[in-house]
Design a protein around this ligand. Structure first.
Ligand code: SF4
Length: 407
């Protein structure tokens, strides 16, 4: 393995500095309850409950479960007016029995009345431009005239206006959530089933909001295919730059599935954009219980250095030089220290390459010679101890430095 220099910028005499931290795109801050999306705030983690919103007790418990493990904004679905009204009770119960949790309501087909009702009870309303004014596609249609296009545009404006005004006057937020799989028919006819169609669909809604002086907007352009999703978000950023807009972006890959592949697929989409500085809030959509989504979000953010919510373990893959059972020792070190959020701890197999490769870890546990390991504080070797006392001595070193807290 190669040893990398430590500083946050690497530079050779002939090439300009290359940043090794992510420079995030500057976005407008959008408040959602007591959380802010964008405006330089940490990337916000969100998820969605599966409960029927009419089940008040079940929904309150599910929202609380998610919030307690770090989900900062919770989304609920409101398929009917009765569901929208139930949100008033859910919100109140959370306040009385737990604490206020930023809530987003998902509104779908022709959901104007539902959206207006639910806007009174939640902090953000998510609408899908492809469904908000839903015209059943005509099977025999061969074209969309400009006049027809404009006519539906007017209808959208009239339908959206009251919701925008309500959210604006209450200081609440809206997510314009475009989905590749549910683009409106007229967008499909005009732009095709493309990222351009997704972006234009979002822009049409943004322009209506702006004409009413409403700017608390978050945009998403999800697709189940990662390259489509990447193209849509990148094009959106380009178009917003051209138009002088700086709305924060909500990232996600829809229908990512479950298990390892669902996690990898979500990460491929979300992390690729985050690494380019794009994205202010994320949701990993898994076909599993929503609680399983939160650790994935945090792992993505931690791996990119965007948030620090756990100990960062640096460990070599082990090789013929490894002087102890690395997997076992890493497991033991993790068991003993994984509550020390904020620390970087390295476990390296040998003294030959280990100290150089553990980069800027706060503490290192490095194979020294058969039966012995060395403990490091940063780059400094502190002491050599018998391997069977390694974990205990590591804890003692962290304690002596005043950086230990009891689990
Ligand atoms: S044992 Fe040493 S050389 Fe082998 S992978 Fe670990 S640090 Fe690298």
């Amino acid at each position: 393995m190669q040893t990398l220099p430590n500083p946050t910028q690497t530079q050779s005499p002939s090439s300009p500095a290359i940043a090794t931290t992510i420079e995030r795109r500057k976005t407008r801050p959008v408040p959602v309850g007591n959380i802010t999306i964008g405006g330089g705030h940490p990337v916000v983690v969100q998820s969605m409950i599966n409960e029927d919103t009419l089940d008040i007790e079940g929904s309150v418990a599910a929202i609380r479960r998610l919030h307690e493990i770090g989900c900062e904004i919770v989304r609920v679905t409101v398929p009917s007016l009765a569901h929208a009204k139930a949100l008033s009770e859910i919100k109140q119960k959370l306040k009385d029995t737990y604490q206020p949790v930023p809530l987003v309501a998902d509104v779908h087909h022709n959901g104007m009345k539902i959206a207006l009702e639910v806007a009174k009870h939640v902090d953000k309303v998510r609408i899908n431009p492809g469904l908000y004014v839903f015209e059943k596609p005509k099977a025999d249609r061969t074209e969309y005239t400009e006049a027809e296009f404009a006519e539906i545009g007017d209808k959208i404006r009239q339908t959206l206006e009251p919701l925008v005004i309500s959210l604006r006057d209450q200081g609440k937020a809206m997510r314009i959530g475009v989905n590749h799989g549910s683009l409106a028919e007229r967008m499909l006819f005009t732009y095709g089933d493309t990222p351009e169609g997704m972006v234009e669909s979002a822009l049409e809604f943004i322009q209506i909001c702006e004409s009413l002086d409403f700017y608390n907007i978050v945009i998403s352009l999800k697709a189940s295919r990662v390259p489509v999703m990447l193209a849509a978000y990148r094009l959106m950023v380009r178009r917003m730059d051209e138009l002088g807009m700086s709305y924060p972006l909500h990232l996600g890959v829809t229908e990512a599935g479950d298990g390892e592949y669902g996690r990898i697929k979500s990460t491929a989409g979300i992390a690729t954009l985050l690494a380019d500085g794009i994205g202010d809030t994320i949701r990993v959509s898994l076909t599993e219980s929503p609680e399983k989504e939160i650790p994935v979000c945090y792992s993505i953010l931690q791996a990119l250095g965007l948030r620090k919510t756990m100990v960062e373990y640096v460990a070599c893959p082990s090789c013929g030089r490894t002087l102890f059972n690395l997997e076992e020792v890493l497991h033991k070190v993790r068991e003993a220290t994984n509550h020390l959020t904020g620390l970087d701890i390295a476990v390296m197999g040998c003294i030959v390459n280990g100290p150089g490769e553990m980069a800027d870890a706060d503490y290192g546990y490095v194979g020294r010679q058969p039966g012995y390991i060395s403990l490091y504080r940063g780059k400094e070797e502190i002491k050599k101890v018998p391997e069977d006392q390694g974990v205990e001595e590591l804890i003692n070193l962290i304690k002596a430095d005043g950086r230990w807290v009891d689990p």
